[in-house]
Design a protein. Sequence first.
Length: 408
Amino acid sequence: MTLRQRCDHVNALYSSISAQGINPYFRPIAKTWGTEVEVEGRRLIMIGSNDYLGLSHDPRVMDASAKAVYEWGTGPGGSRFLSGNMVLHHQLEERLAAFVGKRGAVVHVTGFSTNMGALGVLVTPADTVICDRENHASIFEGIKNTRARLVTFAHNDAAQAMQRVEAAKASRPDGDVFLITEGVFSMSGELAVLDELAAIKEAHPDIIFYLDDAHGLGVFGRGGRGAADHFGITDKVDFIMGTFSKSMASIGGFIAADDEDMLRYLRYQSRTQIFSAALPAANTVAVLTCLDILEREPERVDRLHEVTMRMRQAYRDIGLRIGNSASPIIPIIIGSDEKAFQFSRALFEAGVFALPAVYPAVPRGQALIRTAYMSTHQDRQLDFVLTVLDRLAREFGVRECDMVAEPG
Ligand code: PMP
């Protein structure tokens, strides 16, 4: 397809859903209070945010970020490699490493660029990368750039991952073998089978085990130390990658490891580190303040799980299909893309903000509404959301009981 044909194809898709008034994307939020937002003059309950601990609106985080602007200015003035490297970045690296249980860490400007930059220099064309099929786009993009052999395994199927590892080692003895998974899957809310994957690393210590814990950090493990901590397998993971755009109320990312030589290699070689500007001070200080709060108030994480467990049970009671969610991300499986767009619009009309995920973000025919909860959601907000969901589930026929096949 030519550029014009590709452009026309995408425009036709979005014009069609816009004409029906159901385009959910790029809707401008006019105001936000964290758990509530104003869009097109309506006040809505937000159940689509990754700010799981609600720290983005914590006055301590906001004050510290505002002060950082007055102390450091708004922009970093350069990449960390050259003129944008601040003591704040090094303080944050030490704190993060200690938090996730590794010796060191390297901070990047986004989570996406952390995966792109790290995988870009860790992996070469001689290597094989074995990935859970549902890994995030930034992992697949990062690997694509390396021209390594990419092999996927069925989602959370550790036995298949083991077979793939053994086959790769036998067929390409000169290359490295990487095993990559997320800690918590961003669309399904499922936890990875990290204990089983760690057993592969134990059986094959020469492989490189890389964990993207974007959605596990601040959510799982002791006081939010992440999914590896939750499973007690931190020492089996070679690289733990995380982002600041979810529980850490900021933007940015990091990669942590025990091997300090490897971290120095990443710091000096990752192209997204060298050729991209540093994380601004306000964002860096926001994360430092979140870590202070998390260390002092681990009960925030407990409250998040309380909210999550309540909502998961209530979804099941309504009869919604939520797959194997085990985290604050609870998908509502709808089916067709169009129905998901309509469901999202109906939520909007009823006062709830949650967006659909459609192919290719999820498998075809399994479009879903991605809902996500925060420790700061109040019970009255949750009650309201459940009343709306109960009504819409019936109206749209998306309950488990509506799915029973017609006899004959
Ligand atoms: N990894 C995962 C699993 C993600 O879900 C995301 C973003 N949603 C990223 C990486 C990229 O992180 P960021 O948005 O902080 O760039």
